[in-house]
Ligand binder design. Structure first.
Ligand code: LLP
Length: 422
């Protein structure tokens, strides 16, 4: 459920018409609904708690939506943060996420990033390989601290979904095998700079079938039990993110209640603190990208292109993953649906949001909303073609705030320097 609905014939975010935001801020612009973010977080938390998983750490995956105001909205409800870079640690801290609720994942953390995370007091560094374990140990010893770490395991399951976002197969770059995990856990418990607190996994994103998750989580439980049988303390089990969302024409994903019930079943009787790293399921349907139609270009042979002022640099998912986003006119016109190709102004054919999409009749100047764009939308935006980085707006009830203003051309050029010989 989300809070983007037609009100008096036009699409609104909570109590604010999207057209009003487009007028005030210009287009393209991302618009997020606080009520939807809050609802998604609360529904997931209640489902997990209702399934007997105690009071889990729900560390929002900052990569999905890294806007500080969005992070703060979630932090105010008690969310933690799953981060993958120093920049994300800084964003989480800036949003007021307590360091003891920050989990640091990622296969290539640098010594500098590890040092920053340890100095900040993050809850746990999820270690993804043996060389990384050694690096964390060295950095921690140099600082005179013990780094709390979890070993990220690659459970070797096929999660379905797009190959570019599957992370849980043995040939992906993420995590270590189960046998290696046991060895590394023992090594970590003997290392002067390390304090192993748990194990972690994350098998992929936009997962619409519980079976691969169940298989992975069952294996994770086995690992915890084997480690404990060796007398090792395992306090935390981090089950990652990955739960899919409905992108309109996709297979219906399992509900948070079904997801939680499955985990409750698999983990029954296991006394451990659970952590989760959800991104998409919280943020995707809490955001839209609003764009304006520049032209309707109808070719003599019949193909109709809607040329927008938004492009692949603003919303990369269709170009990168052939992703489907529902597209809705902000003020739908009456009439029979018409088939359009929806494209941006960037100079490559990949800058196509969709082909042959049936939409209500559209005219130049109309506003369109790309739905389900609150996760991996603005966070993946760039300035490709020297287009200004897209702004972001947060709505709460009848109020809205620009939480990232549109860059200016002066900002863009001021970041660069001439070489001394030029
Ligand atoms: N934890 C880890 C370690 C991850 O790598 C990810 C996502 C998450 C949590 C959050 O997963 P979620 O709950 O959002 O599925 N750009 C792609 C998605 C990449 C996901 C990468 N990892 C897209 O636009 O579909």
């Amino acid at each position: 459920m989300n809070h983007f609905e037609l009100r008096g014939g036009e699409l609104a975010c909570e109590d604010v018409p999207l057209a009003r935001i487009a007028e005030a801020v210009g287009t393209p612009v991302y618009v997020y609904s606080s009520a939807t973010l809050e609802r998604h977080y609360t529904v997931l938390r209640d489902a997990l708690m209702g399934a007997g998983l105690g009071e889990p750490l729900i560390a929002f995956a900052v990569k999905a939506n890294s806007n500080v105001a969005v992070l703060k909205t979630l932090a105010n409800l008690g969310a933690g943060a799953d981060v993958v870079s120093q920049g994300e640690v800084r964003r989480a801290l800036a949003a007021g996420v307590p360091p003891e609720r920050i989990v640091f994942s990622g296969v290539g953390k640098t010594a500098g990033e590890i040092e920053f995370a340890l100095r900040s007091g993050v809850a746990e560094i999820n270690v993804e390989s043996e060389p990384e374990l050694k690096l964390v140990d060295q950095v921690a010893q140099a600082l005179g601290v013990r780094a709390k770490i979890a070993i990220r395991v690659n459970p070797d399951v096929e999660a379905g979904g797009h190959a570019k976002i599957a992370t849980g197969k043995a040939d992906n770059k993420f995590g270590v095998s189960f046998s290696e995990a046991e060895r590394l856990y023992v090594n970590a418990s003997n290392a002067a700079g390390l304090s192993p607190v748990g194990v972690a996994c994350h098998i992929g994103s936009q997962i619409t079938d519980l079976a691969p998750m169940e298989a992975a989580f069952t294996k994770m439980r086995g690992l915890v039990e084997r480690l404990r049988a060796q007398g090792l303390a395992v306090e935390r089990l981090d089950l990652g993110g990955g739960l899919g969302v409905p992108y309109f024409n996709m297979p219906t994903p399992p509900s948070p209640a079904d997801y939680a019930a499955m985990i409750g079943r698999v983990m029954k009787g296991l006394d451990i603190a659970f952590a989760f790293e959800p991104g998409r399921v919280i943020a995707a349907n809490a955001g839209v990208l609003v764009a304006r139609v520049q032209h309707v270009n109808t070719r003599p042979e019949g193909r109709r292109f809607l040329v927008l002022d938004a492009a692949m640099n603003d919303l990369l998912r269709p170009a990168m993953y052939e992703a489907y986003h529902d597209i809705r006119p902000v003020r739908p016109r009456d009439g029979e649906p018409v088939t359009y190709d929806v494209v941006g102004p960037v100079c490559e054919t990949g800058d196509t949001f969709t082909r042959d999409r049936a939409l209500p009749p559209i005219e130049g100047g109309d506003l369109l909303a790309f739905m389900t764009a609150g996760a991996y939308g603005a966070a993946m935006a760039s300035e490709y073609n020297s287009r200004l980085l897209v702004p972001e707006v947060l709505v709460k009830g009848d109020q809205f705030a620009v939480v990232r203003p549109r860059e200016t051309y002066e900002d863009m050029l001021a970041r660069e320097r001439p070489a001394p010989w030029l």
